[in-house]
Design a protein around this ligand. Structure first.
Ligand code: ADP
Ligand code: ZN
Length: 435
C-alpha cells in the first residue's frame, strides 16, 4: 500500500516542481496585483510589475509582507476574492499580539485539508485508524485542519477539541484511538494524566502523534514517545498561509517536508532581507501559490529554521524545513545573550526534569534578570532544603554551560505549574512593562 496521499506531487522531480511552482507563481502574482490594491501599492512602490515575474527565480523581486501589514489591512485589505466566494474565516491564536483573520474559499479549504491528509498518511494513517483530534476547534486552525485531513484519509475522527483531559483518556481507551493530534505540551499533559489515572501504554492503542503549533525540542519528543508509547511527529503551519499542514514530518523524522506545490519557502536574513542559501539559519518566508481568497506573497513568518534538499529515505522529494527553534519574537536577549526557551527546555529534560517550567524575565537596576521555575517530579522532591539548593545550583550551572547565561533556578513543587491544553506559555517578560 502506498505511503503517500499524493505520490505524484510528493515525489515529483525538482525540475518538475520548479516548473509547476513557476506556472502557479506567475498566475498568482497577476491575481494578487489585479485584486489586492494593498499589495499592488507595495509592488508599485518597489517598481515591480507582474511582467517582471516569469518564474520562481524572480521571486526575490517581490516585496515582503509582514504581520504588521496584516494588522494594517485588517480585516478585508488583503482579500483577493469577493466575500461571496469565501466560505470560512480562521484566526491566529494571538500569541504575539492582535489576532489576524484569514479567509478561505471552498477550494482553499480543499487544498488545506489535502495538506493535512498528507501529514496523516505520512505517519501511517489509513481508513482503519481512529484519529483523536484534541487541538482546539473554532477560530484556531489546529482542530478544523486536522479534522478535515482525517476525514479525507477516511479515519474514524474524534473531534474532541482541547481540554477535559480525563474525558480525552476515557475516549482514547474506550474507542481505541490510534493517532493523537494536539500541541506537544498538551500531549505531555495527556501522558501524565494517563499514568495518574492508573493506565499504562498497554491500555491504549495509540501508535502515532501529530504534534505542532508551538516549538518543542527533540528531548520533549522522546519524553512524549515514552509516556504514550508512540512515535511523535512534528507538523507545522500558520493561519496566514492556511493552518497546520504547511509542512509535516515523515518516517525519517529529520525535519518536515514542505508542501511545495502550494507554498514556496525561502530563508532570509531577518535583518537585511537577503535570501540565504539552503542550509543556513534564517527567517522562513512563504509564498502561497494556490490560495485564492488570502494569497500572501513573500510572507515573513518570523520563524527561524533551515531548509534542506537532502534526499529523504521516505521517498518524498519535497524540501524539508528543520524544527523551528522558535520565533524571532520568542528570542529573549538577556544581558546581550540570545536565548530561546527551547534551549532551556533541552537542558531541563537532559537533567531529568519534566517539561513543566516557566521563565520569568525582568530588569532590575538596569540589569536583566532571568528566573527559571522548574517543577520537580514527586521523586525529586526532597525534604532536605540543602539538597534542593544543590539541585538548583547544578541546574543553573548546566544552563550556564549551555547558554552562557546565569539564571536563578527555583525548584517548585510537583503540579504547581499550570498545564497547557493548547499553546503553552513558557515566558513572562516583565521588561516590556517598564518600556
Ligand atoms: P499565532 O501566531 O498567534 O500563534 P497561529 O496559531 O497561526 O498564530 O500559529 C502559527 C505559529 O505557530 C507559527 O508561525 C510558529 O511560530 C508556531 N508553530 C506552528 N507549528 C510549529 C511547530 N511544529 N514547531 C514550532 N513552532 C510552530
Ligand atoms: Zn521524508
Amino acid at each position: 500500500m502506498s505511503n503517500y496521499w499524493n505520490e505524484e506531487i510528493e515525489c515529483m522531480s525538482y525540475e518538475d516542481m520548479r516548473k509547476l511552482q513557476s506556472e502557479r507563481l506567475v498566475a498568482q502574482v497577476k491575481h494578487v496585483y489585479e485584486n489586492v490594491p494593498y499589495y499592488k501599492n507595495l509592488m508599485d512602490e518597489k517598481g515591480v510589475t507582474p511582467d517582471d515575474i516569469q518564474s520562481v527565480d524572480d521571486l526575490h523581486k517581490l516585496p515582503f509582507l509582514t504581520k504588521a501589514d496584516l494588522r494594517d489591512a485588517y480585516p478585508y485589505g488583503l482579500l483577493a476574492k469577493p466575500l461571496s466566494e469565501c466560505v470560512r474565516i480562521q484566526s491566529t491564536s494571538g500569541t504575539t499580539g492582535k489576532r489576524v483573520v484569514a479567509f478561505y474559499t471552498q477550494n482553499d479549504i480543499e487544498l488545506w485539508e489535502n495538506c493535512c491528509a498528507r501529514a496523516i498518511v505520512a505517519v501511517g494513517g489509513t481508513k482503519e485508524d481512529v484519529c483523536q483530534v484534541c487541538y482546539g476547534y473554532g477560530l484556531f486552525t489546529g482542530g478544523p485542519g486536522l479534522n478535515g485531513g482525517s476525514h479525507k484519509v477516511g479515519c474514524l475522527t474524534l473531534p474532541m477539541s482541547s481540554g477535559n483531559t480525563e474525558r480525552q483518556i476515557q475516549f482514547m481507551t474506550d474507542l481505541g484511538s490510534t493517532i493523537l493530534c494536539c500541541t506537544p505540551s498538551y500531549a505531555a499533559y495527556i501522558g501524565e494524566t494517563l499514568h495518574e489515572m492508573g493506565y499504562t501504554t498497554d491500555d491504549i492503542k495509540l501508535k502515532a502523534g501529530i504534534f505542532g503549533a508551538e516549538p518543542w525540542t527533540e528531548e520533549m519528543r522522546h519524553e512524549i514517545e515514552k509516556s504514550l508509547g508512540i512515535k511523535a511527529y512534528d507538523i507545522y503551519g500558520l493561519t496566514e498561509t492556511s493552518g497546520p499542514g504547511v509542512a509535516f514530518e515523515c518516517s525519517e523524522q529529520t525535519g518536515m517536508h514542505i508542501n511545495e506545490d502550494n507554498f514556496i519557502p525561502e530563508i532570509i536574513n531577518p535583518d537585511t532581507g537577503e535570501v540565504l542559501p539552503d542550509g543556513e539559519v534564517g527567517e522562513l518566508v512563504f509564498t502561497s501559490i494556490t490560495k485564492e481568497a488570502f494569497p500572501l506573497l513573500r510572507y515573513r513568518t518570523r520563524d527561524l529554521c533551515v531548509l534542506s534538499r537532502k534526499k529523504c529515505s521516505c521517498g518524498r522529494t519535497l524540501i524539508k524545513m528543520s524544527k523551528p527553534m522558535g520565533r524571532s519574537d520568542d528570542m529573549m536577549i538577556i544581558r546581550g545573550v540570545n536565548v530561546f526557551p527551547s534551549q532551556i527546555e533541552t537542558v531541563l529534560i537532559e537533567q531529568g526534569y519534566t517539561p513543566n517550567y516557566l521563565i520569568e524575565v525582568d530588569r532590575v537596576n538596569n540589569t536583566d534578570t532571568i528566573d527559571v521555575n522548574v517543577e520537580m517530579n514527586p521523586e525529586q522532591l526532597s525534604d532536605k532544603v540543602k539538597d534542593m539548593q544543590q539541585q538548583e545550583r547544578a541546574l543553573a550551572e548546566a544552563m550556564k554551560t549551555m547558554l552562557g547565561i546565569n539564571p536563578k533556578v527555583h525548584l517548585v513543587p510537583p503540579k504547581s505549574i499550570t498545564r497547557s491544553e493548547g499553546k503553552a506559555v513558557r515566558v513572562i517578560d516583565r521588561r516590556k512593562l517598564h518600556d
